[in-house]
Design a protein around this ligand. Structure first.
Ligand code: NDP
Ligand code: MG
Length: 389
């Protein structure tokens, strides 16, 4: 097959990053020019030896120096820090950057990559949640494609092919419901990180897995969909679909509904973001319809999992509020994973920050980063005594 696509990956050692490299291994036409890691240096070295990128970023400067010595026999440039991450995202010759880092750390390198006219295969939803107005405007200005990697958004994107975006009536965003579907608040009071880290259908990084258990992830996805597809928040409806077979749907003006179905496997949305508008074969991914006798859909419980309600409010009011929602959640999840905060305090922490940090419409990048800091500070102050991130 004739196909050549030069890419870089920021966050190559994570769940999305490693699955992107699996696809690159299958399709040698995908040439990986840049990689980056935060803490998993051993894996980054193995990736560097296998894929021979031109530039690699290790976020921490000291670790970067050690990494540089470890790969001294290779013709690779080792960079570090936030600037290093941007260098990988903007690497000369690459057409696309896969943004597979977690959290708001993805924002600045993504903005730099857009200015360098790289297409964005977007896994890092926090970028659109915190600064969707800036990202979408820059993409239009630089003629850059935003290709969704998140499975629901990829499904919507696939359902939109050949149709006009302005004919969308509703987006039906499916949610697995996470490990605690059907539980009451009383039952959730003493949930442990280990229990929250057990997702029924998907294997993902820790932050997104906890976010799936609180429905924060679905809330972030509602806001992500608003920016990706240019719809109003009210046009996006979340449906709990326990089987994770229907990855999302679009209802058109004529009430026709187009869905994308498949087994829960992130490699398809990742591959589609890299092969679009083409579709390439993939191993072992056939959906056996006779085996999935029942597909169920239900409304989410937004009283018990009220973080989703908060996300709708943040998405509707806009400005800095979605960034505050996200920053407070990032801090709260970190505290929860470190045993400093209880499960039900995650939405509580988000709500406190949303009430405390002042909102402002059309914020600049600096104001977005400042609001992120303020939201985190609010959560650390209230719940994280003696905790240093
Ligand atoms: P992981 O936690 O598995 O991986 C995160 C990656 O980012 C790792 O390479 C990690 O490095 C790196 N990283 C962590 N913190 C920083 C930082 N401060 N600066 C730079 N790099 C950093 O996350 P996932 O792969 O699960 O998720 C990545 C993104 O994709 C998230 O935004 C998530 O919401 C989104 N997503 C993920 C899905 C999934 O199936 N996993 C599905 C849909 C969306 P290291 O490992 O070396 O520490
Ligand atoms: Mg998703």
């Amino acid at each position: 097959m004739e196909f050549e696509h030069k890419i870089t990956i920021i966050g190559s050692t994570g769940s999305i990053g490693t699955q992107t490299l699996e696809i690159a291994r299958t399709y040698p036409g995908i040439r990986v020019l840049g990689l980056s890691a935060h803490s998993n240096i051993a894996l980054l070295e193995r990736q560097t030896r296998e894929f021979r990128p031109e530039v690699v970023c290790v976020v921490d400067a000291q670790q970067a120096a050690a990494f540089k010595r470890a790969v001294a026999d290779l013709p690779v440039r080792v960079v570090s820090g936030a600037e290093g991450l941007s260098e990988v995202a903007c690497a000369a010759g690459a057409q696309t950057v896969v943004t597979a880092v977690v959290g708001i750390a993805g924002l600045l390198p993504t903005l730099d990559a857009i200015r360098a006219r790289k297409n964005i295969a977007l896994a890092n939803k926090e970028t659109l949640v915190t600064a969707g107005h800036i990202v979408t405007r820059l993409c239009a200005e630089y003629g850059v494609q935003l290709l969704p990697v998140d499975s629901e958004h990829s499904a919507i994107f696939q359902a939109l092919q050949g149709n006009r975006q302005n004919a969308i009536r509703r987006i039906l965003l499916t949610a697995s419901g996470g490990p605690f579907f059907g539980k009451t608040k009383a039952e959730l009071a003493h949930v442990t990180p280990e229990q929250a880290l057990k997702h029924p259908n998907w294997s993902m990084g820790a932050k997104v897995t906890i976010d799936s258990s609180t429905l924060v992830n679905k809330g972030l996805e509602v806001i992500e969909a608003k920016w990706l597809f240019g719809v109003d928040i009210e046009q996006i409806e979340v449906l709990v679909h326990r089987q994770s077979i229907v990855h999302s749907m679009v209802e058109y003006a004529d009430h026709g509904v187009i869905a994308q179905l498949g087994t829960p496997d992130m490699r398809l949305p990742i591959q589609y973001a890299l092969s679009w508008p083409r579709r390439f074969p993939m191993e072992g991914n056939t959906l056996d319809f006779a085996q999935c006798s029942k597909l169920t859909f239900a409304q989410p419980d937004m009283e018990t999992f009220y973080a989703l309600k908060l996300a709708y409010r943040a998405g509707k009011e806009g400005g800095l509020l979605p960034c505050v929602f996200n920053g407070a959640d990032e801090a709260a999840v970190e505290l929860f994973l470190n045993g400093k905060l209880q499960f039900l305090q995650i939405p509580e922490a988000i709500q406190c920050a949303m009430e405390e940090v002042p909102n402002k419409q059309e914020p600049s990048v600096a104001e977005v980063l400042e609001a992120d800091r303020a939201a985190r500070d609010c959560v650390y102050r209230r719940y994280g005594q003696n905790f240093r991130s």
